[in-house]
Design a protein around this ligand. Structure first.
Ligand code: DGY
Length: 348
């Protein structure tokens, strides 16, 4: 699909993206916009080389693509100055290779913070209250009357929510769980989450002033402390060498037998084979997963487990957010082409 065929700068999007704002923005700034409409969900490096062609000023790409040495050298040879991932995560992007070939890299943080946190909260609730299992039961026509023991799950109020990686998304999730469900908080991050701490302190004081039980919070000195103490744990680190298999057989073993584990970050943060085994051995342990180690596949056995809620990487999938992400990705590319500042550069 081609928009504004006579535009001076050629910008390629490897996928159709929601809304038209991002296209309008590029057109207004004299870009010819080419959108790849191939049916194939995940494009290979060869597919993208063909899209880049002989002349290309910038590319908007997706987290399913492998943006390494080959693609950045190809883009640079085609005169390309900029690449933006339509994602906050950029573990699929070799930023050093981009630097080497003089291609600026952008990503799309902030706009998806609350949306992603909302999905982490939804998965926490779905897993704790066994919503998907109960839904399947209803649809299968198995409900034949109220029973005291039917789909008994965990009450969140008064339990402890554990957050690993208290950046923007982890902090937004923590606020939702503390304020929405009156959970106590324990978090682990390499850095202090000052804004989050101010919020929980003030919120605790507010509850106390209103005669309600105040919430407690603490910064853990290790990830293990969170795993041992929390009832609901949500993972929000970036994926790199240091966070690969952060949750593995050993870390699962120290978690509470009835804990809920949620992952909306990246699949390889959890050793999924170890997780499947743990879920089999501990039927009261539950997970809510948005991401998977070998996306789009699940490790064998996961799909059969009732104590797992699984969704297809949709944490940022609200209309408003996805349109915003597309717009920011376009702004990133445009910024570099036109010499304005790149809106968000993970390098900076
Ligand atoms: C991201 O942005 O990194 C998410 O995984 C998709 O929104």
């Amino acid at each position: 699909e081609v928009w504004n065929p006579n535009g001076k700068y050629r910008v390629v999007s490897t996928k159709p993206m929601p809304g038209n704002r991002w296209i309008d923005l590029l057109i207004e700034q004299d870009c010819r916009v080419e959108i790849c409409t191939q049916k194939k969900t995940i494009l290979s490096v060869e597919d993208i080389i063909a899209l880049i062609g002989d002349k290309c000023d910038g590319v908007i790409g997706q987290l399913t693509e492998d943006w390494g040495e080959t693609l950045f050298s190809t883009l640079s040879r085609a005169g390309g100055k900029a690449f933006s991932n339509m994602a906050v995560g950029y573990n699929n992007v070799d930023v050093n290779a981009a630097n080497k070939y003089g291609v600026a890299v952008g990503n799309t943080p902030v706009i998806l913070t609350e949306t992603t946190a909302e999905l982490a909260a939804s998965l926490s609730l779905s897993a704790a209250r066994r919503i998907v299992e109960a839904d399947e039961f209803m649809r299968a026509g198995l409900y034949d009357g109220w029973l005291p023991n039917l789909f008994v799950g965990n009450l969140l109020k008064g339990q402890t929510v554990g957050v690993i990686g208290a950046g923007r998304i982890g902090s937004a999730y923590a606020r939702m769980m503390v304020e929405g469900f009156k959970m106590n908080l324990i978090y682990y991050d390499l850095y202090q989450a000052t804004r989050l701490e101010k919020f929980v302190t003030a919120y605790g004081q507010f509850l106390k002033a209103n005669g309600e039980q105040p919430v407690t919070w603490k910064r853990a000195s290790s990830m293990e402390e969170v795993l041992r103490e929390a009832d609901v744990i949500s993972l929000h680190p970036i994926l790199d060498k240091t966070t690969y298999h952060l949750v593995n057989k050993d870390s699962l073993a120290i978690m509470k037998k009835e804990a809920v584990l949620v992952n909306c970050s990246r699949g390889p943060v959890i050793d999924e084979v170890a997780l499947v085994e743990h879920l089999k051995q501990n039927p009261m342990f539950r997970v809510g997963l948005d991401v998977f180690e070998d996306e789009p596949y699940m490790k064998p056995g996961l799909a059969d487990l009732k104590n797992a809620v699984v969704v297809p990487h949709i944490a940022s999938a609200s209309k408003w957010t996805r349109e915003g992400m597309a717009t920011l990705a376009a702004l990133n590319v445009l910024g570099k082409i036109k010499g304005y500042p790149v809106w968000s550069n993970p390098n900076q």
